[in-house]
Design a protein around this ligand. Structure first.
Ligand code: PLP
Length: 439
């Protein structure tokens, strides 16, 4: 209190409506439960494996990047200092290395100028959705279940998200066509559909190559963009499929990149690859990436040059191949995936034809498996699982806007050791048995 006046108070209902949206509360809720039960084994968090983190690597990466600026790009010492210490180019400074990585690992040929380096993939999603929301007629389609970060970014941009059935194949194209037509009949403009063709979060599902082609054809005939998000695609068991962007010959795809899993999340570096041409006034043509970078310039000015140097150095040390940079990580994730699938089989296969049937899907990579239980699994049950059985998982209802009480849970196994997985699955089986006995 100052001069007897009451402290200034705000009312939540007078702030932006996103602040009361479940999408923005979802992450906090899950983190909060995890923090209250630190001794629980967590299948809730899709964080990367920590065993290979080493602070020395950060110094090595920065040194490699600075060496590259000097030796390959001819920078003087002062220019190297400026590149790392000063404000920098809005679209980023490691765009050429990212373009090399995309060619090397994904067979994507891209003009580096079409890349905007962002503060994580999260910023790439936000600036893209912000740009596509011209007025109240614009809507975004997104496969359902979907990543909460996308839903949250859309809320901040006031962009409505219309769910499109994901289903067992990753996307139901009939439903996509239906939603596009429904939106148009309502006088709205469906601008884009957000998809995760590889080991989606949360479903773990990947789309087949023919489905990818049909999706691109549909997007072309309906004149909508596809926003392709691909943080997990490189963690596969040898079954690497071409990304939509690699198959895209009509500039239909905006590719959203993340180094959170292939680099590390502490760096907070991602990018949007947006090579679409944008017609402006007086015949002026720009790249969509340039328009996105205008929004970025008012959100984060530029992505930290130090963080970009770290990611750039990691790319340089592995000839711009994240496949080669992540050999140990990929082996650990595949080992964990196998262990979870085998562990589920050992504990639940016998339930298959009973009323207490527990089933699960079997992805070939990524970080997630979805388990279907014989009862609804909501936030309240998660609390009970944490408190009584010391095991955490994510209710799939968090990934469906507005739907609660579904019998599906997401198990993330990326951060766990083999011992933790074994203990966690024992506890999960005890939780399922306990719940079933009590129901
Ligand atoms: C599908 C998906 N997209 C994007 C992200 C976030 O990426 P970043 O940490 O680069 O913002 C995640 C992280 O979990 C994710 O699962």
């Amino acid at each position: 209190m100052r001069n007897g006046a009451p402290d200034h108070e705000l009312t939540l209902t007078t702030l932006h409506h996103s602040l009361t949206d479940p999408a923005l509360e979802s992450m906090n809720f899950l983190n909060e439960v995890a923090s209250r039960y630190p001794e629980a084994v967590s299948f809730a968090s899709g964080r990367p494996f920590e065993e290979f983190f080493d602070i020395k690597l950060i110094h090595d990466y920065v040194d490699s990047y600075c060496g590259y600026l000097k030796n390959d790009r001819g920078f003087s010492d002062a220019e190297v200092n400026r590149a790392l210490f000063q404000y920098g180019r809005t679209k980023g400074i490691v765009h050429e290395l990212i373009a090399r990585q995309l060619r090397c690992d994904e067979g994507i040929e891209v003009d580096p100028e079409a890349i905007v380096v962002t503060v994580g993939c999260q910023e790439a999603m936000f600036v893209t959705v912000r740009a596509l929301r011209a007025d109240e007629l614009d809507v975004l389609l997104a496969i359902s279940p979907t990543y909460v970060g996308l839903t949250g970014a859309a809320r901040l941009a006031d962009m409505p998200v219309w769910p499109v059935r994901g289903g067992p194949l990753g996307i139901d194209l009939d439903d996509l066509a239906r939603q596009i037509h429904r939106a148009r009949e309502a006088g709205l403009r469906p601008r884009a559909c957000y998809v995760m063709p590889d080991f989606a979060n949360p479903s773990g599902v990947s789309m087949t190559v023919p489905l990818r082609h049909r999706l691109l054809d549909l997007a072309a005939s309906e004149q909508i963009l596809l926003l392709e998000d691909n943080p997990y695609g490189l963690f596969h068991d040898g079954s690497h499929l071409p990304t939509l962007k690699a198959l895209d010959n009509g500039r239909q795809v905006v590719y959203l990149g993340s180094f959170a899993k292939t680099g590390f999340p502490g760096a907070r570096v991602g990018y949007a690859l947006a090579d679409q041409r944008v017609a402006g006034d007086g015949g002026r043509v720009s790249l969509f990436a340039d328009e996105l970078s205008k929004i970025k310039s008012m959100v984060t000015v530029n992505t930290s040059a130090v963080a970009q140097a770290i990611v750039g150095g990691k790319l340089l040390e592995h000839d711009c191949s994240l496949v080669s940079a992540n050999q140990r990580e990929t082996a650990a994730y595949l080992r964990n995936l196998r262990q979870v699938l085998d562990g589920l089989h050992q504990r639940f296969a016998a339930t298959r034809d009973s009323r207490a049937s527990v089933t699960w899907n079997s992805p070939h990579g990524g970080f997630f498996v979805v388990v279907t239980l014989p009862f609804p699994a909501d936030d309240e049950l998660l609390e009970r699982s944490a408190r009584e059985y010391r095991v955490l998982w994510t209710p799939m209802s968090h990934f469906y806007s507005g739907h609660g009480g579904l019998p599906h849970v997401r198990l993330a196994f990326s951060q766990l050791t083999p011992d933790q997985i074994e203990t966690g699955l024992d506890r999960f089986a005890a939780f399922v048995a306990g719940q079933h006995a009590g129901s």
